[in-house]
Write a protein that binds this ligand. Structure first.
Ligand SMILES: [Ca+2]
Length: 376
């Protein structure tokens, strides 16, 4: 997983978590392992409607205790004592991070409703984003072509992700990710994930990256590729060949890291992410329905048909508008605006984009922006 974005956490019900348990754990030996139960995750608590008489416990008391657990997991993760001592005692709970995390669209309400794609596309694949992408693509092509050769990932796709994630480096996020990750871990809805990313963030500091560099989204994604810390450690790449992978200050390194991520996620060279197709109205959607639930983000995959080869799709009357996929290549069908509108056949490379951010709208708009950047 690259990062925890807005969509990854969708569908998780926000729960009033103001009464985080805090009793004896503050008095414990900080060296001793702290079982999970001593700092209760918010989701185990019964929601308390805010009323005039509701007493809101001070969460800072609970967070003080939680710092001891952070110290313990940092030590267990091999973080140096110097880093632990210079950071953990001074960490504060960032309530804004928690509010943003809980306030995500889709967190409450009718989760079965999926809006049409067309309005999202208009908003996210704009002429401004296309023209800025084209100009950067031209400027950086001498470096990006080498990254493309090495990874098999088209430079246009790297650029489109760069555009979507950070508006080509102009919005990389201003949260201190160490504090944000500690706050989200404390909040508890996805504690194992955020605790492990917190430790990875400290590891980056141990590796010599200064704390002030570690700025990013409220969910802990940082740098031009918006990687979570564990992904920074595993997949950041050197794009310009100077021996350093500087994802916070060097665009080519950021783009090469994006390509490296997609390659790691299974990107196959020479195959498009997907193609727009027309679907005959006679096509029996039931006969192509996907009956296997995906293990990762099943709601996103549930909107796709089952996988068939291009030759099989063609036999069913599904016709590419332009470029095709090789006949033996498999693809799934997605009709994001419903029947009778433009549909897409999506390859394994689309699934690699989904690993970056598991949302059909995200992956489609990345693919369409990439096409537009190279004039397709
Ligand atoms: Ca470099």
């Amino acid at each position: 997983m690259k990062r925890v974005g807005i969509l990854l956490l969708r569908g998780v019900l926000a729960v009033v978590g103001s009464s985080i348990g805090m009793t004896a754990s503050a008095q414990m030996d900080p060296l001793a392992p702290l079982p999970e139960a001593q700092v209760q995750p918010a989701q185990q608590l019964v929601p308390v409607p805010p009323t005039a008489t509701t007493v809101i416990p001070q969460p800072s008391t609970g967070f003080e205790a939680y710092r001891q657990r952070l110290t313990y997991i940092a030590r267990s993760g091999g973080i140096s004592e110097a880093t632990i001592a210079s950071i953990i005692p001074y960490l504060e709970l960032n309530n804004r991070v928690i509010r943003l995390d809980r306030g995500q669209p889709g967190a409450v309400g009718n989760t079965s409703y999926t809006p049409p794609f067309a309005p999202y596309r208009r908003e996210h694949v704009t002429s401004d984003l296309i023209s800025r992408g084209q100009s950067r693509y031209r400027d950086l092509w001498p470096w990006l072509s080498r990254v493309e050769q090495r990874t098999g990932v088209p430079a246009s796709v790297m650029m489109a992700i760069y555009g979507h994630e950070t508006s080509y480096g102009s919005v990389t996020g201003g949260f201190d990710i160490i504090e944000a990750l500690a706050s989200l871990a404390y909040e508890g809805r996805r504690r194992p994930l955020f605790e492990s990313e917190f430790v990875a963030g400290l590891k980056l500091i141990d590796m010599g990256i200064p704390r002030w560099r570690l700025k990013g989204s409220y969910a802990g994604a940082t740098g031009y590729p918006q990687f979570m810390p564990s992904t920074v450690i595993r997949l950041r790449a050197d794009g310009d060949g100077d021996g350093r992978a500087e994802i916070w200050s060097n665009q080519v390194d950021g783009l090469a890291s994006i390509a490296n991520y997609l390659k790691d996620a299974g990107w196959k060279a020479g195959i498009p992410w997907g193609i727009p197709v027309s679907v005959p109205s006679s096509l029996d959607r039931n006969s192509i329905r996907n009956t296997v639930a995906a293990t990762e983000c099943p709601r996103v995959h549930a909107r796709h048909s089952r996988s068939m080869t291009m030759a099989q799709w063609r036999a069913l009357g599904v016709t590419p508008y332009g470029q095709s996929i090789p006949d033996t290549e498999t693809a799934t069908l997605l009709e994001p605006d419903g029947q009778g509108q433009t549909a897409y056949l999506l390859t394994g490379n689309y699934k690699a984009i989904l690993k970056y951010n598991c949302s059909n709208f995200y992956a489609l708009s990345v693919g369409l922006l990439a096409n537009a950047i190279v004039g397709r």
